[in-house]
Design a protein. Structure first.
Length: 322
């Protein structure tokens, strides 16, 4: 074959195999979370699962790095700088504090955040439809109105709703504001208890005994990481505890309606796969988490002096704790 024809054939072959050769290259995805607890762990695993489904297999054409900040914002910033220094193809921060740390550390490496309540309020993006720059992701804004309605249905006579949260978590501040609005509509007054660090969770819930008829835990990573200590007090004091995330129900809260965080991770992984294939994060609209599973734990509820109505149990997506 003459050289010009050989060159032409080679160029045509490279063009035809471009997507395949891109997939064959090993890519690195660096994942970080503010703390380890079942909801965030399920999100991380869901990301990897979606990447596998898209053709990116760890150990073959994908390298996955993971680090937890163990609840420390300073550690989150340190992890973000470390990841930026290693130059992965995409960084996936899970939770608002981790996303803020990563966004502050790089303007070049693609960032796909997830499990962030209010991306605009957290100053991660200016616009959900066109985030711009090097960042996009997925919001898991809680269905707070549905949570309040569920608590009202289970506890029709309750008047005071306690809430445990870390005022240092911007996502929690947003959620507590929403809670006050929705609780007021449903005839609840809201009693706040501050949890600046996980070791404060147990004394905080104890402070609500006698002051609240039930306790609500929003998507607060500090409180959720110490959930068992909160549930223990709830059972001892016969104070029902409800959670925003459904994963916490298996750990002892009475009930929740919300997202399956493995699915949240899979939704996020689909976005990461698009970025690995060449799309610019800033051109991808921020997504909203999908799904409203109802999960109940009648056994733990009974230990907290609460009977979940049969109508609620009958329509539950999952019944745990049997």
């Amino acid at each position: 074959m003459p050289f010009p024809r050989l060159l032409s054939a080679t160029v045509a072959l490279v063009a035809a195999l471009g997507p395949l050769s891109a997939m064959a290259q090993t890519k690195t995805v660096a994942i970080t979370a503010i703390v380890q607890h079942p909801a965030l762990d399920a999100t991380r695993d869901g990301v990897v699962e979606a990447l596998k489904a898209a053709g990116w297999t760890p150990g073959e054409n994908l390298k996955v790095e993971y680090q937890s900040a163990q609840g420390n914002p300073a550690t989150a910033a340190q992890i973000a700088r470390q990841f930026v220094g290693s130059k992965p193809d995409v960084i996936v921060p899970i939770s608002t504090p981790s996303a803020q740390a990563v966004a502050a550390a790089t303007r070049d490496i693609p960032v796909v955040f997830t499990a962030v309540t209010d991306p605009v309020g957290a100053q991660l993006v200016k616009n959900l439809e066109a985030p711009g720059a090097n960042i996009t992701g997925l919001s898991d804004l809680s269905p707070v109105a549905a949570h309040v309605a569920l608590i009202r249905e289970i506890l029709p006579a309750a008047k005071r709703l306690g809430v445990l949260y870390n005022p240092g978590e911007p996502n929690s501040v947003v959620l507590v504001k929403l809670l006050k609005e929705e609780a007021g509509k449903a005839g609840f007054s809201v009693v706040e208890a501050s949890v600046p660090k996980s070791s404060d969770a147990q004394p905080a819930v104890r402070s609500l005994v006698g002051k609240a008829d039930a306790v609500y835990i929003p998507l607060d990573n500090t409180v959720v990481s110490a959930l068992e200590s909160v549930v223990s007090v709830g059972q001892q004091a016969k104070l029902p505890v409800f959670s925003a995330d459904t994963d916490s129900v298996a750990r002892g809260t009475a009930a929740s309606i919300g997202f399956d965080y493995a699915q949240v991770g899979r939704q996020t992984g689909e976005i990461v796969a698009r970025v690995l294939k060449g799309e610019k994060p800033g051109a991808i609209a921020v997504s909203a988490a999908k799904g409203t599973d109802l999960v109940v734990n009648p056994t733990s509820a009974a230990a907290m002096g609460l009977t979940i109505p049969e109508a609620v149990v009958a329509r539950a997506t999952r019944v745990v704790g049997k």
